[in-house]
Design a protein around this ligand. Structure first.
Ligand SMILES: [Zn+2]
Length: 225
């Protein structure tokens, strides 16, 4: 199993990087990603966030720590896309193996994400972090035509996965037709616990069961070391 969305005490998580890896290895997770928050909006006054000053230390510590565990850990980050893109551009984006883009509230923000990927020629794994929130709130138009003609083509072209996130499982039932449309379009799905507490790490069974029921296990993001 994989869990590509875990927070540490570099932002608002409970565990250290080493503790995350100890737990993930004990639970025999194949791949994880540590993806701490980065925001430059007023949320930084509420949520502890990565800063440009500590980002190098964060990346190096993940790389150094993962080497001694059986679980492969991707160096990730969860970028708040409500931050100004000129702030986001200051990040050493090329250093990350996985980038979670959160709060991609509209197709225009998604286009900005795609422009950033192009401009920096990024090669990592990309995900929309818990996009189900926006679908649920109908920030995105709900019609399947929108998904097929506007959303899905961008996700395919830029290889951006759609995340199923453990904190919002209660919302999936409302999303079935839209998720079905995404699966039919060949979109990759990422799986993440969004763990902030140690006990949440690897709590991803519901996603596997949900995708299995939808015939979507083949859409789970393909990963390699
Ligand atoms: Zn998160």
């Amino acid at each position: 199993m994989i869990d590509l969305h875990i927070h540490t005490n570099y932002s608002d998580g409970q565990a250290t990087i080493r503790e995350v890896l100890e737990i993930a290895s004990r639970k025999k997770l194949e791949y994880i990603a540590i993806s701490d928050h980065y925001t430059t909006t007023s949320k930084q006054n509420i949520i502890p966030t990565l800063s440009l000053e500590i980002i190098d230390k964060y990346i190096k510590e993940i790389r150094a720590t993962t080497a001694s565990f059986s679980t492969k850990c991707f160096v990730g980050i969860e970028i708040d896309c409500e931050s100004k893109f000129k702030d986001i551009e200051k990040l050493p984006l090329e250093e990350f193996e996985l980038i979670q883009f959160e709060d991609v509230f509209s197709i225009n923000i998604l286009k900005e994400v795609c422009e950033l990927i192009d401009k920096r020629q990024l090669q990592g794994i990309f995900c929309l972090a818990h996009p189900a929130i926006h679908f649920y709130n109908d920030s995105y138009p709900v019609d399947l035509d929108f998904i097929r003609k506007q959303l899905a083509p961008l996700l395919v072209e830029y290889n951006i996965a759609f995340e199923l996130n453990s904190r919002y499982t209660h919302r999936w039932a409302n999303l079935v037709p839209r998720i079905k449309a995404l699966l039919d379009m060949g979109i990759s799905f990422s799986i993440g616990s969004d763990a902030h507490f140690k006990s949440d790490i690897g709590g991803v069974l519901e996603q596997y069961e949900f995708l299995k029921k939808m015939g979507g296990l083949k859409n789970i993001i393909k990963l390699s070391i």
